[in-house]
Write a protein of this length. Sequence first.
Length: 200
Amino acid sequence: MLRKNRGQAFGGMWVFPGGKVEDADGDVDRDGEAVVARRAAVREAAEETGVVLEADALVPVAHWVPPDEAPKRFSTWFFVAALPKGAADVVVDGGEIGDHVWTAPADALDRHAAGEVELVPPTWVTLHGLADIESAAAAVDAASAREVAYFATHMGALGDRLCAVWEPDAAYESGDLEAAGPRHRLLMTSTGAWTYERSP
């Protein structure tokens, strides 16, 4: 994971390597969004960390879009891949990226809960989904065996907690966070004690 330097988008947050699509990554209309996003992910990983990956090795895990009211809206893809042999050395530029750490997903979540690191909801939920997986190979196998998770976020408040809601949560369309029915939401507090609820 990488810590973005202050003064830029997501400054101070701990994130996965990533960035925006550039013309060299291809044409979305011609190549498809997932293909172009995968190429961009490979390029950004190399630029931000020095780690060189093969595009075919990246398996999509999730696709996120923010709430309609967000001041900036991104179509964001998350991928998982096994680290190539000999590619463990990370070199950050010190400009956009200020620090890095190799960490287990559960450890990153524990540090967030303790207030030691800042995470955005898509990163938190992705780490939560990986926390019980024991190896990179198992993560790749799990992602390959299931459909890409799609998160189109609606936001609300439940008491003093912010609540990000996704389909098929009972509140997704109605906005009634107390409504009975299925749950798919992230409850967030300013202290970092976040709770993910998802009905089976």
